[in-house]
Ligand binder design. Structure first.
Ligand code: ATP
Ligand code: F6P
Ligand code: MG
Length: 430
């Protein structure tokens, strides 16, 4: 959901599923308990809410937080954690937060970590699950990546549920993106089919920040920070040559949030290309003509291209193991086209191409992301202990919220060209 779709009427179903009525007292003693009737409005502008309130139909999310009554008995409880998809700063912070909150706050019996994504929950697992204890997670927040490992590629939901039963897991915490949530929703459906008391709780992870119904995802801010230093280098290189062009490709498969935010965070950028805003390469108003104009005026230029901007080039026909389309390399393509265009016009040019690639996502989380990870993890634990299932913890209008996994399956949050973010980019570039 982006700024524009906040104002649409076609919202996904936001009702949260529970395994049953929670009946035991929470062991938490000093918590500010919330209840399911406390809701967070989807809309935040008065002009949007007023007509909806008159019809008693203002859409809202269930609020996250500790419940006074819990569903599971902690002393018999085993919980599992899995990390899937691409790496992201903060994965270890979330693993640590979930583990310590389960063991210290709720005093559950056991926490295990499945290795290398959904493969680790299958009967063909590369590795057995590992015990997660206060000792094993004590300093992991200082290192990038995930101590559990990750993977892409499908597994059978029936097989995964069999393995959850074999490991006695009653709450499964899935840390991942839209694909992971699709997989988690399949697992939850299989659990419902077999009428098992097993909960599936998601925590949204992706540097792309493209999870529907969540304003931000952990790791995004850290990735932008590192993208910013690549842009700084590109600017230095561009200024170091007469007619210098610094070209930076940034990750962002289907959404241009990293490119747009890094552009605003480093206002030396002159052109920002994102998948949501199609661009012409040739012609009088095309990118290449505008680049020549900029070079003639200033003798240097900085171009930032999101990986997904390459979707307008020819199709590669290739997909990754999870079925995500692989786009042609926009960076190499632009580098060659810029050189050719300037050469055809007899204008000397020096193009320095920087692809920071995995360097922006394999790093440890920054302070803001670490804080966010801790809170996401804690709220995920509260939701699981209360017996919620088939949902993920999100962040919306300054609150942590509960969102059905199904709401984020098959949808991606996109950069809205009318948004303040993109309008800010337009105002600072060229
Ligand atoms: N439609 C789907 N149904 C069931 N499982 C899926 C689906 N899409 C992806 N998965 C599974 O979820 C896991 C992670 O998916 P994917 O590789 O797409 O990453 P992701 O969670 O979207 O994260 P990111 O895009 O940030 O890397 C993989 O094991 C994949 O097979
Ligand atoms: O090379 P990998 O691991 O498939 O990851 C690349 C993809 O991962 C992401 O960073 C999302 O996690 C995308 O921006 C990018 O397309
Ligand atoms: Mg994804």
């Amino acid at each position: 959901m982006d700024a524009a779709s906040k104002h649409e009427n076609h919202l996904p179903d936001l009702a949260i599923t529970s395994l049953g009525a929670p009946s035991a007292d929470s062991p938490l003693t000093e918590a500010r308990f919330v209840n399911d009737e406390e809701r967070v409005l989807v809309h935040s502008r008065l002009s949007d809410i007023e007509p909806l309130i008159k019809n008693s139909s203002a859409p809202s999310f269930e609020i996250a937080g500790p419940r006074r009554k819990i569903f599971f008995d902690p002393k018999d409880l085993t919980c599992g954690i899995v990390t899937c998809g691409g790496l992201c700063p903060g994965l270890n912070d979330v693993i640590r937060s979930v583990t310590l909150s389960l063991l210290w706050q709720y005093k559950v019996k056991r926490v295990i970590g499945f290795r290398y994504g959904y493969n680790g929950i299958s009967s063909n697992a590369y590795e057995d699950p590992i015990e997660l204890t206060p000792d094993t997670v004590s300093a992991i927040q200082h290192i990038g990546g995930t101590i559990l490992g990750s993977s892409r590629g499908p597994q059978s939901p029936a097989d995964m549920v069999d393995q959850l039963i074999a490991n006695n897991v009653r709450i499964l915490y899935i840390i991942g993106g839209d694909g992971t949530f699709a997989g988690g929703h399949d697992i939850a459906n299989e659990i419902t089919k077999r009428q098992l008391p097993i909960s599936v709780i998601g925590i949204p992870k992706t540097i792309d920040n493209d999870i529907y119904c969540s304003e931000k995802t952990f790791g995004f801010g850290t990735a932008v920070e590192h993208a910013r230093s690549a842009i700084h280098s590109a600017h230095t290189e561009a200024r170091g040559a007469w007619n210098g062009v610094g070209l930076v490709k940034l990750m962002g498969r289907d959404s241009g949030f990293i490119a747009a935010s890094a552009t605003l965070a480093n206002s030396d950028v002159n052109f920002c290309l994102v998948p949501e805003v199609p661009f012409e390469l040739d012609g009088r108003d095309g990118f290449l003509a505008r680049l020549v104009d900029r070079i003639n005026r200033k003798r240097h230029a900085v171009v930032v291209a999101a990986e997904g901007a390459g979707r307008y080039l020819e199709k590669t026909g290739r997909k990754d193991a999870s079925g995500n389309e692989i786009y042609p390399d926009i960076g190499f393509f632009l580098k060659e086209r810029i050189r050719r265009h300037f050469s055809e016009q007899n204008i000397p040019v020096t193009v320095k191409y920087i692809d920071p690639s995995y360097m922006i996502r394999s790093v440890p989380a920054n302070a803001a992301d670490s804080q966010f990870c801790i809170q996401l993890g804690q709220n995920a634990v509260h939701a699981g202990m209360a017996g919620k299932t088939d949902m993920f913890v999100a962040y919306w209008n300054n609150h942590f919220t509960h969102v059905p996994l199904a709401a984020a399956v098959g949808r991606r949050k996109k950069l809205d060209p009318a948004s303040e973010l993109w309008q800010g980019v337009i105002a600072t570039t060229d």
